[in-house]
Design a protein around this ligand. Sequence first.
Ligand SMILES: Cc1cc2nc3c(=O)[nH]c(=O)nc-3n(C[C@H](O)[C@H](O)[C@H](O)COP(=O)(O)O)c2cc1C
Ligand SMILES: [Mn+2]
Length: 457
Amino acid sequence: MAYRDLREFILALEKNGDLRRVKKDVSPEYELAGVCIKTIAERGPVLLFENVTGSRSPVLNNPFLSRRHVALALECEEKNLLKVWMERAEKKISPVIVNNGPCKETKVEKPDITRFPVPIMWHEGDGGPYITFGQFICKDPETGARNVGIYRIQVKGPQRAGLLVKAPQHGGVCLDKAEAMGRPLEFAIAIGTEPASYLCTQAPMGFLEDEYELASALRQAPLELVKCETVDIEVPAHAEIVLEGRVLPNVREDEGPFGEWTGYMSGRAPRPVIEFTCLTHRRDPIYQVAYEGYPIWGPTNVMQAVGREPEWFKRISSHTCPTVKDVHFTFGGCAGLHAVVSIRKQAEGQGKNVLLDLLRSNQTKLAIVVDDDIDPRDLHQVEWAIATRFQADRDLIVISGAAGMKLDPSQPNFPDGVGAKMGIDATLKLEKEFPAQNRIPQEIMDRIEKDWKSYGI
Ligand SMILES: Cc1cc2nc3c(=O)[nH]c(=O)nc-3n(C[C@H](O)[C@H](O)[C@H](O)COP(=O)(O)O)c2cc1C
Ligand SMILES: [Mn+2]
């Protein structure tokens, strides 16, 4: 049975031993971030801060700390995540609109976001407190198609905030269209929901595709949505907190800096401005956040990788290589910049075509393809394949001046988003004789396995 709301998922995490309730008073200024970092590095437990100084709401950090946590969220086995996601995503389910929902239990017509939800300072030098884990829901001003994404929100005043989103992100495309019509872009931000509504936001979907259809498919039950009070948007009925508002057309104010998920501070620049018109929440709402700032530990990379891998697997298998085995967006590669793919190669040169597939993404700057005896999730194995099967003058692709991820600080004219891409084909040549791999006879290995205790090791 799909989780109905965040609270049911919290209970499941708790039952699994994956959640701790922090009773100690914790300051929202850097201390909460610092405590999160410690457990993110260990891949758990998920933290529910029950006493945040100056706040009446408990704060839950991003619950998707490992693939195991995502598997619990989707109620499947961890080893089947990719397959289950692809199978469920095939059969889209429409969300349903209901008349009322717990997110309406309390209504505040003049919200003050400097007081609620909890204004949290994440890193030294941030331009202000940031709302980091809201589902930003808007509609394409031309077609009315719904779009949902997560974008950083800088708290600036009781009803005023800054927003970082730019085309080709779909939220940015919607904003461009609204501004061209001279109209504000209405939106709602849903915070604290059942897990699929968060996970769906990171899938690289088509512009007119509705993320909440994917969420409904992933949870195998229609997501219940309810109409907003002041804007023409529908939000998850069981959300803990809903902020409604408008992005002001053609208004820009400085936004940033902010410690980004690349592990670096991203700069201050004129960016879109939003005005809040209403806030509704459940009784005793739980505020949800995501500490983002150090990719190697994978704070938000887990959900980004889990959302991207099925889509790229599908694209590669449907057009370039039906025998693709696995796709891995690595943590160190910020779950987007670096991808490793394993394939059973069917034709010479196919490895390079797979690389080109991945490199057309405006995120990915390094793609590595390996044979299917290598596990792309084990980076030691990947390095071994590069060390022993790859020759730089023959198997390397470099493309310069391509559109890349705008927050990559290594780009020559950062932050213009233009940079180089590299592909490493570490697959064996099909026709070329290659030394046999070291092996011990299988029957001997089986016997050792069986008699293992007798060796007294
Ligand atoms: C915690 C978190 C914060 C994010 N912040 C931003 C952001 O500030 N701006 C942005 O463009 N994308 C951000 N992203 C990535 C987008 O949510 C993601 O690319 C999404 O697929 C965009 O959806 P869209 O193409 O429908 O707009 C963030 C992702 C996560 C998990
Ligand atoms: Mn979208």
